[in-house]
Write a protein that binds this ligand. Sequence first.
Ligand code: FAD
Length: 473
Amino acid sequence: MGKVTGFLEIDRREQKYQPASDRIRHFREFTLPLPESEVVEQASRCMDCGIPFCHGPTGCPVHNQIPDWNDLVYRGEWEEAARNLHSTNNFPEFTGRICPAPCEEACTLNLEDMPVTIKTVEQSIADRAWKAGFIKPEPAGEKTGKSVGVIGSGPAGMAAAQQLARAGHEVHLYEREPKAGGLLRYGIPDFKMEKHLIDRRVAQMEAEGVIFHYGVNVGVNTPLQDLLDKHDAVLMAGGSEAPRDPALPGQELEGVHYAMPYLVQQNRRNGGEEVQDLPILADGKRVVVVGGGDTASDCVGTAFRQGALSVTQLDIRPVPPVKEDKLATWPYWPTKFRTSSSQAEGAEREFACATLGVEGRNGRVTGVKCARVDAKRQPIPGTEFILRADLVFLAIGFAHPVHEGMLAEGGVELDKRGNVVADDMSYATCTPKLYVAGDMRRGQSLVVWAIREGRQAAHAIDTALMGESTLPR
Ligand code: FAD
């Protein structure tokens, strides 16, 4: 364990942020990393408790061996810490930045609201490992002669492709977009995670033998059957891209958009890509964001950086409690009042608020009609009000993967929610040689779950091709 008396002597300390007034002037990351000596102190607070829920199923979907690497950091053994961390997670610099960190909720010290700063330590290990040159390509010693096609280069596809290449297979990664990363690149804004981090991993994977093919939209400009004919196995990791439709009266008005086209545009701009559609920009506008999750928060932060006059976020849920009842919720993820860094940049937040429709004049949005809701989330008559708006973003999540094109051609079975059916041992669809992982299988989720699914699917495919696998599950 870290320092025996560490948690008694040392208070939790988190990374700080640039002040909101500074960070909204740019799109770069704005966290101020802790000095190394403080990261070591923070790691020493981990007491390697008897039942470390942090790395169990409720705490960490990839089962990072958190007490072990906290101890290694405390002892200054950074290279071994990086090796340990990479034994369970292909891309800890991604999760160290953008994971909501259920591990910290599950930390025993969280019973007193002072969990170990696990996410900060994770990011520090990964960033330091890159800087020190500990992270190198790990090409397979021997080739198997088998070839695997992976469709989609989000975290699920990238993790699977890296694992399969390291197992000795020839891996081809097919991506519709001009660059790799999936939602890491085109959904999540740069201010949460800069994209050179993805480019660095792509270079590592290329050196390990993964062959990236961009501009390949399987089921649209390239038949899935071509890939099934060419490869011994094909893994679909195409994400969950069909937006949930709120079906609001007036949502066809000019100025009302789904969140994704808006976020994708800004990410393309930041990445120096051409934006071909009409620009959606929030400068000088009153912005209303419908929805209370990550995507909504990312719209809020992007709108502030574009110079929005005001940003209001509408959430149908009641205001959650400021503090959870620990004994009822720990070590699970509790519902409690949380403020994202984007919301802290000045967003107005409306809770228990239903969006009834969008109002407009001359075809353009002018306001959003709202009402308070009761405990059953039904609008309460007489509580209606109008919020003035020049721009409205619909950010209420994703329904399921896109069914047209690749999935239709693959003849795969869909579950009640519209996701592709495959169990989490074999990751096999009902179509021979065809596998599925990530949001496309489990529905919209988190980067850490996508990495887990990619790793496990790689293990399943390796086993199916070779009869056994040395890849971790
Ligand atoms: P995706 O990341 O969606 O990648 C799918 C890839 O497949 C894409 O590159 C797509 O272009 C490609 N593709 C799709 N169809 C085809 C086809 N037919 N042919 C070729 N390529 C295809 N999670 C967190 O943990 N933390 C966060 O802070 C966070 N913020 C988020 C913010 C936003 C705006 C959104 C939308 C999601 C966020 N998430 C976050 C969720 C997380 O990004 C996803 O759960 C994760 O990226 C899913 O990974 P995936 O690999 O399954 O799919």
